[in-house]
Design a protein around this ligand. Structure first.
Ligand SMILES: [Zn+2]
Ligand SMILES: [Zn+2]
Length: 749
């Protein structure tokens, strides 16, 4: 709004409150105070940086004595009109404070939160200079300096070096603790030039020039859609190895040639180096790559280049959906089923949903691609609401790999039965022939369960109600949900018996076992514990590609999008790991994981084979994965979700009530449940609402907080939104208790 009446600015501050604040615009700032610019405003006794969400007439804030804006910080808006509207949609739909949405959409530091100086390329780095191989040595050196020892061991665990600012800000070890390490001669701090973004200089893959007939047809259809005034959404289901990336790139090329911009989202940059290098080969300097490894300064540079139109293409993870690409003509979400597109903290947006909305606002085509589309997307494609396209065959010479099941219940010998005879033989065979194998186990550490055989005591995290995992090499018991760890135990803390059992197999144990069975084999492990350093993913994958690794073992990290032509065998150590989780997506996740990892086999000149070890061979998720039957799986799973009433049949929100006092949390949850029941009963338009709970969350204690939850199911998205917004502003939540609203949850744990 402009004109003489528009004298009031509605400003969002990056605070966890849903309201915005009104400020008077002084005459001298009238020209520059427009929607989308950052402003400095008085707030209490302090000054804060906020963003002008809109200009409103004085009648919008009648009777209020308004304070004046101090200063306008930008000469032009940091969010254009479309992005402002997109952020407002996110705030509204996910019931999140607008200020926090704006902050998430902007580069770090622009709206609250400290930013590194963009010009700073030299950083202080801490490095371990002396190893302490034995426990005795550690005891002697550190004595009672517990925090120093923790800092040392953390540094050790993340590869022996780290930026000082990372140790301080993210890991919470203050300057004096680090100085203590230096004084003891264990570490040194030096000024180093920061590692440059490796994607900036990475060699680029050469694209195959010819598309096959299927690819050509799909490309033509997509390009045609992109030229329509309202292109809508296309779901591209292409089997693993069908050459989706090449289609994406050609599509982006045609859109960019027509003068518009393009956005490509990927689940994790470090795991998709090939996609990135192909995009770079095509677009060179026109592409900005946004990933978590960038420094704040690099991120801001990329953001500026997009905003000014110097770059027109972006490849990035979740938050790149807010990248200021000018006039996007196509927005592609690759591996759209991937759970990492959902943000785990406020604002809890799903980048796939935001992509669909942004495409609608900009008149762009939205492409959702996957070998195993989410059931939400599939349901819409099936009913014709969205366009369905398929690439049912591989572009490589070999068909999809043969998948066989190994029934773990028939294996003989004492547990743990890590490798069945068939998998062991198949591995031996590949190692002998000089071919590569991939082994998946979606559980890290050595033993995932430590218990006392005499009294039944179980090692559980002191802050979370989950069992601790034993990490053998580090000699620690670790909680995978919070940062807590403690030394390994020799005896039971309850009864003093020395009869502790270490059970439950994790990747660290498999690695050891492989080393014993195949002493000559070259084994690499890829999981959170081995990829702490900034570019370790890439280093591991490069060595696999160079043929320096016989067996690559890892968690779900190794299932995503990797194209390793030397791999002819994929083994799944335990397909049941995710299948038994108390979550309505457990079957879908397992099917996706099995299909994705199976898709890594036989992408080169030689055909591939997949062996799946399971104790539940008749489960339909496993049966469908065996024959690459996505549609069969989707059919069955959609039917199974109809009666309990889960997405995509219904809209879902998970309300989590948490706090440090167990009784307070329980009574707040029960009160909220009663209140919601009253609300729903009082309004006829909400009659179709179903409430489930309140009940304790499956993980009922996390990071020291007790947790209860409540599910709200509604057939209508707008009605669900209304309930959630009304709840956020009217439900009485006692102090000390927190209510978190997770709309379209990816997990109910
Ligand atoms: Zn005991
Ligand atoms: Zn914990």
């Amino acid at each position: 709004m402009t004109g003489p009446d528009a004298t009031i600015a509605r400003v969002s501050l990056p605070r966890p409150v849903r309201q915005s604040f009104h400020y008077r615009i002084p005459d001298e700032l009238r020209e520059s105070a427009v929607a989308g610019v950052r402003v400095s405003v008085p707030f209490g006794r302090r000054r804060e940086t906020g963003l002008i969400e809109a200009l409103v007439a004085p009648s919008a804030a009648p009777g209020l004595k308004l304070r004046a804006l101090h200063r306008v910080l930008d000469s032009e808006p940091v969010l254009d009109a479309d992005l402002l509207e997109l952020c407002r949609w996110v705030a509204d739909y996910y019931v999140a404070p607008a200020g926090l949405v704006f902050r998430a959409a902007l580069p770090p530091g622009l709206l609250g939160g400290g930013a590194d100086d963009p010009g700073e390329l030299r950083r202080q780095v801490v490095k371990i200079t002396r190893d302490l191989p034995t426990l005795t040595e550690r005891e002697q050196v550190f004595g009672r300096a517990r925090r120093q020892r923790e800092a040392y061991e953390t540094l050790e665990a993340i590869g022996g070096r780290a930026e000082v600012s990372h140790m301080e800000k993210q890991l919470g070890f203050g300057r004096s603790i680090l100085a203590g390490l230096v004084e003891r001669g264990l570490a040194e701090i030096s000024l180093e030039t920061v590692e440059r973004d490796p994607f900036a200089e990475q060699e680029t893959d050469v694209l195959p020039i010819e598309l096959n007939r299927r690819q050509q047809r799909v490309l033509a259809e997509l390009a045609d859609l992109a030229r329509q005034p309202e292109p809508g959404v296309a779901v591209l289901r292409g089997v693993t190895g069908s050459g989706k990336t090449v289609v994406y790139i050609r599509l982006m090329r045609s859109v960019v040639d027509s003068g518009r911009g393009a956005i490509l989202l990927v689940p994790e940059i470090s795991l998709t180096p090939q996609t990135v290098s192909r995009v770079r080969a095509e677009f060179g300097d026109e592409v900005a790559v946004l990933h978590s490894g960038l420094s704040d300064g690099e991120r801001k540079d990329a953001w500026t280049a997009l905003r000014t139109g110097r770059k027109r293409v972006v490849v990035g993870t979740r938050s790149a959906i807010f990248a200021p690409v000018r006039d996007p003509g196509v927005i592609i979400v690759d591996e759209e089923h991937d759970g990492s597109y959902k943000q785990g903290e406020t604002p809890r947006y799903h980048a796939r949903s935001v992509a669909v909305v942004r495409a609608g606002l900009s008149g762009a085509l939205c492409v959702l691609g996957s070998a195993t589309p989410s059931l939400e997307s599939w349901a819409r494609a099936r009913t014709g609401q969205w366009t369905a396209l398929q690439l049912p065959e591989r572009a490589t010479p070999h068909p999809l790999p043969e998948v066989e099941v190994v029934d773990l219940r028939e294996e003989e010998g004492p547990p743990p039965r890590i490798l069945s005879k068939r998998l062991r033989d198949a591995l031996a065979d590949r190692i002998e022939r000089g071919e590569q194998s991939l082994l998946l186990l979606n559980r890290r550490g050595h033993s995932t369960w430590v218990s006392c055989e005499s009294c039944g005591w179980i090692a559980v995290c002191r802050s979370c109600n989950v069992s601790l995992t034993w990490h053998r090499k580090r000699g620690r018991l670790v909680c995978h949900h919070c940062a807590h760890e403690e030394p390994s135990r020799e005896t039971c803390p309850e009864c003093g018996a020395g009869t502790l059992a270490y059970t439950g197999v994790g990747t660290e144990q498999v690695e050891r076992h492989l080393g014993e069975v195949f002493p000559a084999a070259r084994i690499a492990r890829m999981d959170v514990d081995t990829t702490g350093r900034k570019w370790s993913h890439r280093d591991i994958l490069d060595s696999v590609r160079r043929g320096e690794v016989d067996v690559l073992l890892g968690t779900q990290m190794i299932s995503k999008g990797l194209d390793l032509p030397g791999v002819t065998l994929v083994g799944v150590i335990d397909a049941d790991v995710g299948l038994n989780l108390p979550d309505f997506r457990a079957s879908e996740r397992s099917f996706q994981l099995l299909s994705q990892v199976a898709g890594r086999a036989g992408r080169g000149r030689r055909p591939g084979k997949v062996l799946v070890q399971t104790a539940r061979p008749s489960h339909f998720a496993i049966q469908c994965a065996l024959v690459h039957d996505y549609e069969g799986f989707a059919e069955r799973e959609l039917a199974d979700r109809e009666e309990p009433g889960y997405p995509p049949h219904l809209r879902l929100a998970n309300l989590v009530i948490s706090g440090r006092d167990e009784d307070a949390v329980e009574s707040a949850a029960l009160a909220l449940g009663d209140w919601l029941e009253g609300l729903v009963a009082a309004r006829r338009e909400l009659a179709a609402t179903r409430l489930l709970g309140p009940a304790p969350c499956p993980i009922d204690r996390l990071r020291g907080r007790w947790r209860w939850h409540l599910l709200i199911k509604q057939p209508d998205a707008a009605a669900l939104g209304a309930i959630l917004r009304f709840t956020a502003s009217h439900a009485a939540i006692p102090s000390g208790v927190r209510l978190e609203i997770d709309r379209d949850p990816e997990s109910l744990l």
